[in-house]
Design a protein. Sequence first.
Length: 215
Amino acid sequence: MNAKNYVSLADRVFDRLERDIISGAYKKGEVLTELRLVEELGVSRTPIREALRRLGQEHLIRETPKGSVVLGITRRDLEDILMMRVRIEGLVAYYAAQNRTDEQLSEMLHTLELQEYYVAKGDTAHVVEMDVRFHDLIYIMADHQMLTDALQPMLRKIMKFRRESMDILSRAERSVREHRGLYEAIASGERDKAESLMTYHVENARQSILDACQE
């Protein structure tokens, strides 16, 4: 196996294990051994070992003499991630208003209109899909890779919680109204307003997720 294929396989194993830990497929306290994962995933120990190392760096597992113990996402982890997201996404929106292009704004508006359509239909699954796309477009507009690189690992960890909170239609309706205001601020190049509206929007999302986790 050449180095390129090895990296690709290790990445796929990491993505699979990260997703299964965050979704709860692997429960907190469950022990993952290399032998077990070899059998379950049908790959060699080398990419599994690399994936487990990365999961340890992400604090999703803890190494013990018996194997890798699943830590998952704790309440404190969730609160920290959501607060960091509030801070970073406000800055991302600021730069998006500064660096946007007409083509990007057109795609953003199309995504927003689709989200409004799905909210009206009560189709929360597609609302979530458009919500993710809407924010992804803002990251692209901002054109600040360091901010995106900081956000992406956090967003992966909270995706399950974002989906659960958006299953509440009233939150979905509020979110899409906030997106409309964000779009208008970014389209008009109002950087400070875009930052303020994004901070307000993500703070509302943070509270919605934390409330949903208590139910």
